[in-house]
Design a protein around this ligand. Structure first.
Ligand code: KG4
Ligand code: ZN
Length: 328
């Protein structure tokens, strides 16, 4: 079980990678559908599935070519959670190839891929660590004790963080996905002019809520003129990043761990990084930010889980090929 092919099609990226147990990551291919969905202001599931159908086979060929292989010794694919039609494309191709090549196939939990993705880096954290996963679809704090040993500490009760960034960006007419544009606008803003609520900071516990903040911003935008937008963006960003930072600190205190890993698209946010770095220096923990390509959805994290788990955890024929909702 030398080389594992990893396939990720849970949302709007078609991603394929080859991970070698001996040599690490050999190939890494990704095709983003962002432009396809942009005009609709969000991911359209049926269009996502169709585009995975078009792009997956050529990407697998390209990844094998990049790795200098004509087949792999095992296949891992994202079984869930995600968009059912999109997942089915990856699952069907993985199972079909598994039969053709006569190699074991494993359906991987997408969040397990994210949780273990920092181990793809050379400066990898050792276990245990706390992981903050913040993207358009996920907001999770998880205690990671080892492979397969995950304890969810907190999640969002409504919107995901990236979703809150994107919806707020929409209010400010910044397009989709607007998170990065909002962050750029916020750099020009005054952090002290609009002070928005820090959701759920006054309560114990490690859950998050972002819909109330979004409403507060909507009211501010209604009463403001466009010249205020940068200050509003900055006020929103401060409220979100401070909330995330405080909850991370609490999660580290509660577990007694000294390492924090941040993954997901929102992990690219500069203010979040600054605040977490400052908290790490003040509180004596270390924070790891995997490179951007491993933070967002990718095939390497799925191939990597396959390398850790195959052949022991190979799928049975009766296992479902896709699961839209699947707790960690
Ligand atoms: O992990 P990701 O690429 O895709 C998934 O959601 O699975 O995360 C994308 C999310 C989007 O909501 C995007 O607006 C947000 O991450 N994002 C950011 C920044 N860059 C990306 N949010 C805030 N600041 C950023 N710099
Ligand atoms: Zn993801």
């Amino acid at each position: 079980m030398q080389n594992i092919l990893g396939i990720e099609t849970s949302c709007d990226e078609t991603a394929v990678a080859v991970y070698s147990r001996q040599r690490g990551l050999l190939a890494h291919q990704i095709y983003s559908q962002v432009a396809l969905h942009a005009e609709y202001g969000g991911v359209v599931p049926e269009l996502a599935s169709r585009d995975h159908v078009r792009k997956l086979a050529p990407l697998i060929a390209a990844a094998l070519d990049e790795a200098g292989l004509c087949r792999a010794d095992g296949i891992a694919y994202t079984r869930g959670p995600g968009l059912l039609g999109a997942l089915l494309v990856g699952g069907a191709v993985a199972r079909g190839l598994g039969m053709a090549w006569r190699v074991p196939v494993l359906g991987v939990h997408h969040m397990e891929g994210h949780l273990l993705s920092p181990l793809l880096e050379t400066d990898a954290p050792s276990f245990p660590f706390v992981a903050l996963l913040v993207s358009g679809g996920h907001t999770l704090l998880v205690a990671v004790e080892g492979v397969g040993r995950y304890r969810q500490l907190g999640t969002t009760v409504d919107d995901a963080v990236g979703e809150a960034f994107d919806k707020t960006a929409k209010l400010l007419a910044l397009g989709y996905p607007g998170g990065p544009a909002l962050a750029r606008l916020a750099e020009e803003g005054d952090p002290g002019r609009f002070v928005f609520p820090r959701p759920m900071l006054d309560r114990p516990g490690l859950d998050f809520s972002f819909s109330g903040l979004k409403t507060a911003v909507a009211l501010a935008v209604r009463d403001a003129d466009p010249a205020d937008h940068a200050d509003i963006a900055r006020g929103f960003e401060e409220a979100v990043t401070e909330t995330l930072t405080v909850k991370c600190r609490r999660a580290l205190q509660a577990t007694g761990y000294a390492r924090l890993v941040v993954a997901g698209g929102v992990g690219a946010n500069r203010r979040l990084r600054e605040q977490l770095d400052a908290a790490a220096a003040a509180n004596g923990f270390r924070v790891y930010f995997p490179r951007q390509a491993f933070c967002t959805d990718n095939g390497a994290m799925i191939a990597h889980v396959g390398a850790l788990r195959l052949p022991g955890d190979t799928d049975a024929a009766s296992d479902p090929m896709a699961v839209a909702r699947w707790p960690l």
